[in-house]
Design a protein around this ligand. Structure first.
Ligand code: AMP
Ligand code: ZN
Length: 435
């Protein structure tokens, strides 16, 4: 079953045909913006440069820096009076990234979101609690419009206040939740503190989790704790937000909606396409956005296209779980490490609790990786020998995975600092890098 059968199951030839005609239209609107207008004029590029999907490679990439340098209106393809909403990133490291939408864009996004939820098995009979900030962050309103378009009963709960979230679930019989994965671990602890078991004391059957990197092990943990299916949702504000790529009920990668986006996977160093199925940086072009089209946007997210067809019948390619961003990687003692490699090890260890924090520091002149790991309540009982054994086990397993032996510190459940939104996994304190 599909939400938009004709679009979700187009054969490759017709899909590419649609992509080419939408790309030409996108280039035309982009040319109305100050940024693309100047650039394409200088390079002699126009919609006529495109005859096939692969002709997209004639166009230059767009980067986050380009967005920042032309903040706020440089990428607008429409006059301001046509706009109805903006969303933006926090901008802690410079100008925020802002995306503008007209009525068409909001409508198209709501459809993509409804399609995504339907694809993950959500139906209009569900009661959907959206545990997400409703401000400039796209996870709030982005989901809200999709939930309503699909016809579920929506509970726009917003983020935080776990006891209240649990009460809402119980009062209204919530069946589906959208939240970031790091929060769900915390939510489970609150269920336990209140003497409740989500399997017995709620009607939950589906979670939609995303907005931050997480491992397959993390997903399995969440599914087991709550007794629900958890589907991976990927998106980024520059491409609207959520509703870009979603898992179907086969949970075998994320269908990325190719009628709305052209995707490429490139080698971030050479900027050339990678071989089929290889991991690289995801590059995306909007195909159905009028106010602020983006062409060949370098997302920095690392993934690959999975081979083969999906048994669900959707023809849009599937992305592998995003393993992180090219700028997430850190180097310690000469080894390249991604935080998700460490999470993968930790989440397989039963005694490990909800949270962890990686700190990189200089100790006695040498680079060290210190990992604070919350331990489950019944383990944190002062039995030093048992804790010592566990910390050695964790340290050894991480060394086997990333080739660097960390200093592991086991801490009490709930003791690590919680961030308001997406989890902060790495703290950089090394002097050489800070000076
Ligand atoms: P924002 O634009 O602030 O919503 O952040 C978007 C970024 O969050 C993406 O570029 C990814 O790096 C990350 N992200 C979003 N969804 C996922 C997901 N399902 N898995 C891994 N990373 C994700
Ligand atoms: Zn599928």
């Amino acid at each position: 079953m599909y939400w938009e059968n004709e679009l979700e199951t187009l054969d490759r030839k017709n899909l590419e045909h649609l992509q080419v005609s939408r790309l030409k239209k996108t280039i035309q609107s982009a040319t109305n913006s100050a940024y693309y207008g100047n650039l394409y004029r200088l390079m002699g590029l126009s919609a006529d440069s495109i005859k096939s999907v692969s002709d997209i490679r004639k166009l230059p990439f767009t980067t986050k820096q380009n967005l920042r340098d032309n903040f706020p209106y440089g990428f607008l393809g429409l006059p301001q009076k046509e706009l109805i909403r903006l969303h933006s990133s926090s901008g802690t490291t410079g100008n925020p990234t802002v995306i503008f939408h007209n009525r068409h864009d909001i409508d198209s996004w709501a459809n993509l979101m409804a399609r995504s939820l339907f694809c993950a098995g959500v139906r209009d009979t569900d009661v959907f609690q959206n545990i997400c900030g409703y401000g400039l962050f796209t996870g709030g309103l982005g989901f809200q419009y999709g939930i309503e378009r699909l016809g579920c009963l929506s509970i726009p709960a917003g983020a935080g206040n776990s006891p209240r979230q649990i009460k809402l679930m119980q009062d209204y019989g919530t069946t589906v939740i959208h939240a970031i994965p790091s929060y769900l671990n915390r939510l489970f602890e609150v269920f336990q503190e209140e003497g409740l078991d989500p399997r017995k004391d709620t009607k939950l059957h589906t979670f939609v989790i995303g907005a931050e990197p997480h491992t397959e092990e993390q997903r399995q943990r969440i599914e087991e704790m709550f007794g629900v299916k958890a589907y991976n949702s990927f998106g980024l504000s520059e491409m609207n937000g959520p509703g870009v790529a979603f898992e179907c009920t086969y949970q075998n990668g994320l269908h990325i909606w190719e009628d709305a986006y052209i995707i490429e996977i490139i080698n971030p160093d050479t900027l050339e396409p990678v071989a089929d199925g290889e991991v690289g940086e995801l590059v995306m072009t909007t195909l159905d956005r009028e106010a602020m089209p983006l062409i060949r946007y370098r997302t920095r997210d690392l993934t690959r296209i999975l081979p083969g067809d999906c048994p669900c019948g959707r023809t849009h390619v599937r992305l592998d779980r995003i393993t992180g961003r090219s700028d997430d990687m850190f180097i310690v003692k000469g080894c390249n490490v991604f935080p998700m490699q460490i999470e993968g090890v930790l989440m397989k260890i039963a005694e490990v609790g909800a949270d962890y924090l990686i700190t990189l520091d200089t100790i006695n002149g040498s680079d060290e990786m210190i990992i604070e790991v919350e331990v489950k309540k019944d383990w944190f009982n002062g039995d030093i020998t048992r804790l010592d054994k566990l910390s050695r086990l964790i340290s050894g397993q991480i060394r086997d995975e990333v080739l660097v032996k960390p200093i592991v510190k086991l801490v009490e459940p709930g003791s690590l600092p919680k961030s308001e939104g997406k989890a902060v996994r790495v703290k950089e304190l090394r002097k050489a890098l800070n000076s």
